[in-house]
Design a protein. Structure first.
Length: 299
């Protein structure tokens, strides 16, 4: 048993967690957990899963995964990383172009929305003026006294119509009323903002919620997703786990969140992720990748 395996096993036993409970929490197979404790990393499906599984194991038993890997990283098989000098340059160029297009699209949508509102106002103003028919002339013989109601005639109250907003007894709006056309709200915009270390940051605007969709097109891939709880005066920012699982080829999954989310993808080339219908670029590097999607709700 390796020193790293002894450390993890001791922390698990101190927490009173069995291997079956650990398997249920991390969604990592029991034989993989046993292999990590024994230091037999050849049992795991690939080198790129070793660090991801160790991090998940350490985090679940209450250890700092970064400190664990920093202390025992030399004993863990290195992840094979493909040379990606040229693809990175292309990705940066593509990212800048995508950011410019997103800004243009956002400005055009906002301008279209303003023009639509002005058009609706102009339409109602024109309708109000056209309601006074200039062809209709007032007969000078009509006297004001002729328009006064008969004192002996029974009074009619129409409080029901006033309460119903001018509707008739049949429940239908009076003739000549105009129903305003529906207003088309701008579509959600997903914008890449920055990349810090191994974390890519995206911002979603014009949306009340995030809809994250996962499709596994390649081999199996481990993924975890958590909701970001904003910091307050009483506590720091926290990550609330939504799901952590090893997905197989052909698996699909949908998540909906009314707050920002944080994803950790074990094998990016096997996964396809879209946010509110917009695909997220994960690249082809065979190493774990992290993505934070910040939701900016409309005011």
């Amino acid at each position: 048993m390796s020193d790293l395996g002894q450390l993890l096993k001791k922390a698990r036993l101190d927490k009173g967690i069995s291997l079956d409970q650990l398997e249920e929490t991390t969604k990592i197979r029991k034989r993989y957990l046993e292999a990590i404790e024994e230091g037999d990393y050849k049992v795991l499906p690939g080198n790129f899963y070793v660090r991801a599984f160790i991090k998940s194991y350490a985090e679940t038993v209450g250890l700092d995964p970064n400190e664990v890997l920093e202390q025992y990283g030399k004993a863990v098989p290195a992840t094979e990383v493909e040379p990606a000098v040229e693809p990175i340059r292309r990705k940066r160029s593509s990212t800048r172009n995508t950011e410019k297009l997103s800004k243009w699209a956002s400005n055009i949508l906002m301008l279209s929305f303003i023009l639509l509102i002005l058009g609706i106002i102009y339409y109602f103003i024109g309708t109000s003026y056209s309601g006074n028919d200039p062809k209709k002339q007032v007969d000078p013989s009509d006297k004001i006294t002729d328009k006064l109601p008969d004192k002996n005639a029974p009074s009619v109250q129409n409080t029901g119509d006033a309460a119903a907003g001018g509707q008739t007894d049949t429940g239908q709006p009076p003739e000549g009323s105009v129903t305003p056309p529906p207003v088309n709200l701008p579509e959600p915009v997903v914008t890449f903002t920055r990349s810090v270390g191994n974390i890519d940051y995206y911002t979603v605007t014009n949306a009340d919620k995030l809809n994250v969709k996962l499709v596994i097109n390649g081999e199996e891939c481990w993924l975890s997703i958590s909701k970001i709880i904003p910091a307050t005066a009483d506590r720091k920012q926290e990550h609330q786990s939504i799901e952590s699982k090893l997905y197989k080829k052909g698996d699909t999954r949908d998540w909906t969140s009314d707050q920002s989310v944080y994803l950790n993808i074990g094998f990016p080339p096997a996964a396809e992720i879209t946010v509110n219908g917009v695909p997220i670029q994960l690249g082809t590097v065979k190493a774990s990748k992290k993505v934070q999607i910040d939701l900016e709700k409309p005011m």
